[in-house]
Design a binder for this molecule. Structure first.
Ligand code: FES
Length: 67
């Protein structure tokens, strides 16, 4: 699904970049080579980033509990 119409960023590439450790939608867009333009997508994109980081943190927490 397209998250950013201005730049054509998809949720899958935003999630992938977030999983690599990038912390904000603006930084992810810069990483993808197309910075935000109108900015309307940033709130939703940042929710995706937070969601990915929550999952990664939850997985690390569970791994620590198992160790
Ligand atoms: S929709 Fe993403 S910058 Fe405009």
């Amino acid at each position: 699904m397209y998250v950013c119409i201005c730049n054509g960023h998809r949720d899958s590439e935003i999630r992938r970049a977030a999983a690599s450790g990038i912390k904000s939608a603006r930084d992810i867009y810069a990483h993808l080579g197309k910075p935000p333009r109108c900015g309307r997508c940033l709130e939703f994109a940042n929710k995706l980033v937070a969601e990915v980081h929550d999952v990664v943190a939850g997985g690390a927490e569970q791994a620590a509990e198992r160790a």
